[in-house]
Design a protein around this ligand. Sequence first.
Ligand SMILES: [Cu+2]
Length: 289
Amino acid sequence: VIPTGAPARLAAFAAALLLIGGAAALAGAATGGGGAPSAAPHEEGAMEMEQTTPAGLARANGLATEAAGYSLVPEQATLRPGRTQPFRFRILDARGRAAHDFDVDGGVRLHLIVVRRDFAGYQHLHPTLAADGSWSVPLRLEGAGVYRAFADFEVDGRKTVLGHDLFVPGAFTPQRLPQERAAASADGYSIALEHEPLHAGAEGELRFTVTRDGRPVSSFQPYVGHRGHLVALRDGDLAYMHVHPLAGGAAGEIVFHAELPTAGRYRVFLQFKRAGVVHTAPFTIEVER
Ligand SMILES: [Cu+2]
């Protein structure tokens, strides 16, 4: 039986939409190679727009070791537990050469986020780039298990996040993802999180208030160029969403606009800096359909 009428037209329309989406993804990949002679200025609004497109999301969600023409290649992916050791890796461009031409944002060329796959032991590191294109950073992974390393960088104002698994041998007992809670503490600070119900694919506001001894803290030191830093990782696959804070705000407040792509739970890691020390507070949030 050949379908006719409305269902067939709907099917054709859906197929056309898929084609458009595929073309957009290909266009994103084609323009993403290293060394493109683009002189486009760093433009915040345009970047945020790009994040919301399927192609922009795919190159910045850390689910792949290779995206947008770049690949993340660790020198070794198995590390010993409980000792500081050098972790080295390279970011290769589409021709297989070590990429060098990273943008500098907030004084940083590349952010390396490492977290165990059960969300334990979150670390945010800034490796150094050697002349031969290799990156290195001292890394200490406390417990056994499988970790995810994310390399988050921009070239010509376009963000790419690549991910790679790291292994630490030994007996591993996974932690449960904590329930959603509106409060957390870190190093003597109390952090409260307020937000309206969050919906998949819609922009929502995450408002954190940092207090000490019951009073909002008076100021924050800039941390990688901002009042705070937030990474959201999706429960189930650790899809990575980097969220930019809004400038300014009341005493003790750090506000982010987040657009989380799908319903479900996320573990979000807030970081802020005071008196030269970076503090990390994790929260679980739920996103509705
Ligand atoms: Cu960073």
